[in-house]
Design a protein around this ligand. Sequence first.
Ligand code: ADP
Length: 499
Amino acid sequence: MAKLIKKFSRIAIANRGEVAVRIIKACEELGIETVLLHSEVDINSRAYRMATKTVCIGPAPTAESYLNIQANIDGALGAGAQAIHPGFGFLSENADFAEAVEKAGLTFIGPSAEAIRSLGDKVHCKELAKKAGLPLVPGYQGENQAVNNLIQEAERIGYPVIVKAAAGGGGRGMKLIKSSAEAAELIESAQREAQSAFGSPKVFLEKYLDRAKHIEFQIFGDSTGHVVHFFDRECSVQRRHQKIIEEATSPSLTDELRRKMGEAACAIATLGKYKGAGTVEFLLQDGEFYLLEVNTRLQVEHPVTEEVLGVDLVKMQILTAQGEFLHDPTHVRIPRGHSIECRIYAENPFMGGVPSTGLLGHVEWPEGPGRRYEYGFDSGDTITPFYDPMIAKVIVWDENRPRAIQKMIRVLKDSVVFGVHTNIPYLIEILSHKEFVMGTMTTRFIETYFADPIKEPEMTDVEKKIAAEAMVQLRGGAKATGGVTPVTNSPWASFWRGI
Ligand code: ADP
């Protein structure tokens, strides 16, 4: 039976920042209008200026705006949208939201609520993975949540063991138990934190793999539910379990491993009746791979896949939701060259990454071949303390990995962000590290080599003089006369350039 194709003329975006801009661009190319569902503080942003319509859905705290299911649905309906794109984070993996959107007569641009429940829930997903014969990290995902039972299970698995919130995500709600002496305390605190952060105290245990790489496969289910994979990404460069640098494809996979992992990724997604874009995450250690979880949404790092395969995953998501996207079985996709993404955080790299907020001054992303910038804020916009500090993503493509690394370092050195501190100097050091260059880094790379804040570079006398003069000009005062203004007055303390 032929599937019904529904054409959207207006899509609402339940998100903010750079991903909202990314979705607006895809919609514009498809000739679809957009409605930005935003919080009160997000009126100073590119997405706000770019969207066809904007609807304020509540104040800054996420629980009152971006995580408020009804406010998002009311906003979309009121503005005449036919569908909602959830982006990533916020409500993107919330099955209740997907269900409520559909009940309201709108289309959720993503997998069905049923698929989110079976694959997005870490514990359910492992059950399904067992059925599909996928290798899992040894662990315990049972219902018996008594602390004594969990300790016994941890002993059985063998330390070190990681305890995770069943409903957790984004690298939060995880604790590493190194020995039985600390097991009870860490399990109890994990349960407490899981309850307060995710609304459920349920935890599960996994053997901690201490020299693993994070490798994930982009999967995509078309409008008929036919799932294929769009190859792999390596995301081993992580700080506190959160990715900082991602690349496609992984420098660590043999053809044989890539084939096996790709097949495993498609098998579980097919079993979960997956439609649209998703990611199957694995840990790889000593040549063996283990399923970590499935993310039932677009991933932050999707651009590196787009760059090596020449696809537009966001447009494909929209076309799939319209019922018209089908994989072409005669089209063999082969990754071309290498792509790297760096997440740009508004934080102070010289003070251990403390968030940096305020008014953005001059911002410049240097144009050139094989360079792509995904950003949510321009000069004059304010970076507020309410949300994730990721303000932009820099993506490069080149013919091979060494050249892509070289290009990324150059691009980061030439990028200009005044007004807030960013992690750019930190990224440059990481990209230049021998282990990263060799591609042998594991998920412990950052804690091993970059545990301490990086050292702030000393200014030369000439730089100090320029800075002092700039400060005087900024204050509208007379020109500095020769002497150097004390460092405490230096504009470099508040206005900073990524070199
Ligand atoms: P989240 O959903 O919060 O992102 P994941 O389960 O995807 O959590 O894990 C995030 C990261 O934490 C992984 O990429 C890896 O670096 C680390 N991690 C998770 N589980 C393990 C494990 N069993 N052994 C070693 N590292 C792990």
